[in-house]
Ligand binder design. Structure first.
Ligand code: AIR
Ligand code: ASP
Length: 256
């Protein structure tokens, strides 16, 4: 493989310099981490599935006018994205109680929330991504009040879109995390959806059985992660019916 300049390496992805100025290549690894990387494993085929699922979601968001960093998928593990300045916040949208919300507030997992709730976490591994309020965000200058408004309207649009998309696939969108970036276009700055949206960053439960189809399979040692992600891809129409998700060579993907 030719030598490309590596811009950044995270826990599940690598960013390389792109073919043109203002672009980057986002590479999906098979690594899975949880609890701030205290738990780590390599799961064959996860990166390929997340690349494809995230492509599908971001392309659809672009198509309905929700701005994202996504340009196009390049190959099994890589996509071409616009270079943005990542805002150091994890934006979590919740529809159903689960995970840290259930732990923190003692609300039973699976309880429908009275309305969708948006939370912000400061992206800082050393601190374990602590939850922060708008007060902290504006006081410390991580984002301006206008940017927070833009982020919240994007989060609501993404939540509405994803809830409907997964509903059509018999999957409940319990919660998800998204990241945003600042995109410069001439003298204008726009907030766009960045990073990835995949079963690594969403909680997805089968509508009928409540079976988990997301990274909680890894976090909670349930096994069957690749099978679950493959099933998500299959239901979204990304994998063909005949593909064997656990074949040695990894999942076969539909062209296009
Ligand atoms: N998330 C948060 N940080 C990293 C990720 N992937 C996602 C989880 C879950 C949601 O944010 O995958 O979908 C809420 O996570 P938690 O742990 O706060 O309940
Ligand atoms: N990926 C993050 C970590 O390594 C958080 C998570 O998804 O649980 O801690």
């Amino acid at each position: 493989m030719n030598r490309r300049r590596r811009i950044y390496e995270g826990k599940a992805k690598i960013l390389y310099e792109g073919p043109e100025p203002g672009t980057l290549v986002q590479h999906f690894k098979d690594d899975a981490t949880a609890f701030n990387a205290k738990k780590h494993d390599v799961i064959d085929g996860k990166g390929v599935l997340n690349n494809r699922i995230s492509e599908y979601i971001f392309q659809n968001l672009n198509d309905i006018g929700v701005p994202t960093h996504f340009l196009r998928r390049l190959n099994m593990r890589e996509q071409l994205i616009r270079e943005v300045e990542i805002i150091q916040l994890e934006v979590v949208v919740r529809n159903v109680a689960a995970g840290s919300l259930s732990t923190r507030l003692g609300i039973e997992e699976g309880t429908q929330l009275p309305r969708s709730i948006i939370e912000f976490y400061y992206k800082n591994d050393a601190l374990g991504d602590p939850m922060v309020s708008e007060e902290h965000i504006t006081a410390f200058g991580w984002a301006s009040p206008q940017e927070i408004d833009d982020i919240m309207s994007l989060a609501i649009r993404v939540n509405d879109f994803l809830s409907g998309l997964f509903l059509g696939a018999g999957i409940r969108l319990v919660d998800f995390k998204m990241e945003c970036g600042r995109l410069w276009e001439n003298d204008m700055v726009r907030i766009v959806v960045a990073d990835e949206i995949s079963p690594d960053s969403c909680r997805l439960w089968d509508m009928k059985t409540n079976e988990k189809m997301d990274k909680d399979r890894f976090r909670r040692d349930l096994g069957g992660l690749v099978e679950a992600y493959s099933e998500v891809a299959r239901r979204l129409g990304i994998l063909t019916e005949s593909d064997n998700p656990v074949a040695k060579s990894g999942p076969t993907l539909v062209k296009g």
